[in-house]
Design a protein around this ligand. Structure first.
Ligand SMILES: Cc1cc2nc3c(=O)[nH]c(=O)nc-3n(C[C@H](O)[C@H](O)[C@H](O)COP(=O)(O)OP(=O)(O)OC[C@H]3O[C@@H](n4cnc5c(N)ncnc54)[C@H](O)[C@@H]3O)c2cc1C
Length: 445
């Protein structure tokens, strides 16, 4: 059984260069078409629209589901890059019709914005443009929409595909970027996007059917906190690096598209059993306790770079956990214990109240098994509480991470977004270089 996952994914610099090249490629190809200029404004408008379209199509490979592209970058940066790219695409495509109409226009491109919008030949372009606005708005205000996250996610993927397909139709027919090379360029990008969607929604579930898991146990371990254990229902290799996450489908067909990401709280030494620490936060997690033992489960992963990989030479390891953010940190701590790591380890674990401190006996025993100190902090402590009170702030970080060589330690941070923002900022003020701070965000916004 292989116990560690391979480092998949393109180097970050190559990804950035790829983005630039892809954005510039259609402009370069159009220049090679040697068509007469339609005026500066129209040519510029056409160039930025094609760049935006190419970037939109690239999102299918680079927005988080394919380890072979973004595996080395990690889900946090990947999602931030996706959100940034989405803003840029929107900006470019918003400017496109305005600039196209500003230059006076040609036969293919009517002269005013008003005539442009109502011209039948513009139908696919206008539809693509309106749908893009709707897609972006639905992503920004997702939490206010009256439908479930899972439904939104499927709509987001397929909606983006429709927008891209309409955009390609518009570029080829109205933009007249339709010589053989250009046509091939767009068709290859569209086919890749289609394949990416098919991989997520068809091929991966098909593979998962051949590797079923079962729910081995579910138990409460804290206030609205559950421990879920999964075991393979047949013999097949399972990979894991401590701290990674999996996409889980529980008690449903893998085709039902109701998978959710959860970090393994167990470590490679526990394989093939995987355990997860899950907090009730919505419809899926709220029904966890009702799932039958032995029900089928499907697992896609492991994913993520919230691991020790690349940080093997650290002088020490520091962990800052907020609430259920302790899940992947538990996985790493359990791994360090299993391999009897001798380096200093510190854990700062923040919660609202005592009932949220999970696995307390195990955490309290860590100093006997590792060179480890564990500190808890509660924002709503009971009167008899002797530990730290309040929230994680600079002075608490300073007092817990006091080692003179602390800038050479590696810091793993996982918890609510405001806590993570503060801890990242303060650690950097304390002299810890950004490369020594590893984060995992459970929400992308
Ligand atoms: C890399 C990663 C690791 C995670 N690890 C853990 C963990 O170890 N323990 C834990 O309790 N939680 C973890 N989460 C968060 C967990 O995935 C969500 O809390 C859970 O999916 C909520 O589902 P829900 O239907 O109960 O709640 P909902 O009310 O539907 O969703 C609450 C929020 O959770 C997020 N979410 C919901 N469904 C999905 C989905 N299918 N895919 C991605 N995000 C979703 C959205 O931001 C949504 O706004 C992790 C998230 C990520 C991204």
């Amino acid at each position: 059984m292989s116990r560690t996952s391979k480092a998949l994914g393109l180097p970050p610099l190559l990804l950035v260069a790829g983005y630039f090249l892809l954005a510039l490629a259609p402009v370069g190809l159009a220049a090679m078409q040697a068509r007469p200029s339609r005026g500066l404004s129209a040519d510029f408008s056409s160039g930025i629209a094609m760049s935006a379209l190419a970037l939109l199509l690239a999102q299918f490979l680079t927005s988080g589901r394919f380890e072979r592209t973004t595996g080395r970058v990690g889900i946090d940066l990947t999602m931030r890059a996706h959100q940034l790219a989405a803003r840029l695409i929107l900006l470019l495509l918003l400017a496109h019709p305005v600039l196209a109409s500003a230059g006076g226009g040609t036969r293919a491109m009517p002269s005013t914005l008003a005539t442009l919008v109502v011209n039948p030949s513009m139908l696919t372009g206008v539809a693509s443009w309106i749908l893009l606005l709707a897609l972006t708005a639905s992503a920004i205000w997702r939490d206010r929409l009256p439908f479930r996250y899972e439904a939104w996610r499927v709509l987001h993927g397929f909606g983006a595909w429709v927008i891209a397909a309409l955009g390609v139709h518009h570029a080829v027919n109205v933009g007249q970027h339709n010589d053989r090379v250009m046509l091939t360029f767009w068709l290859v990008l569209l086919a890749t996007a289609t394949l990416a969607l098919a991989t997520v929604y068809v091929f991966t579930p098909l593979l998962q059917l051949r590797r079923p898991w079962r729910i081995a146990s579910i138990q409460t371990v804290g206030d609205r906190l559950w421990e879920l254990a999964l075991e393979p229902a047949a013999a097949f290799p399972v990979r894991l690096e401590a701290g990674q996450f999996f996409w889980l489908t529980l008690a449903r067909s893998p085709f039902r598209i109701t998978e959710h990401p959860f970090s393994a709280a167990s470590c490679p030494a526990d394989l093939p059993r995987l355990t997860f620490l899950i907090k009730e936060s919505g419809d899926f997690t709220g029904r966890l306790g009702l799932l039958p033992i032995n029900a089928r489960a499907y697992v896609d992963g492991p994913r993520g770079i919230f691991t020790l990989r690349g940080h093997e030479e650290a002088k020490g390891y520091a962990f800052v956990a907020g609430g259920v953010g302790v899940a992947p940190i538990l996985g790493i701590l359990r791994h360090l214990r299993a391999v009897r790591d001798r380096r200093p380890v510190r854990l700062l674990f923040g919660n609202r109240h005592v009932g949220q401190i999970v696995y307390r006996a195990e955490l309290d025993a860590l100093p006997r098994e590792l060179d480890c100190a564990v500190q808890y902090v509660l924002s709503e402590p009971p009167s008899e509480w002797h530990g730290n009170r309040g929230v994680i702030d600079r002075s608490l970080l300073e007092s817990v991470f006091q080692a003179p060589d602390r800038a050479e330690w590696v810091y793993f941070v996982c918890g609510p977004a405001p806590m993570m923002d503060l801890v990242e900022r303060e650690l950097m003020h304390m002299g810890v270089p950004a490369r020594n701070i590893v984060t995992e965000r459970f929400r992308y916004h």
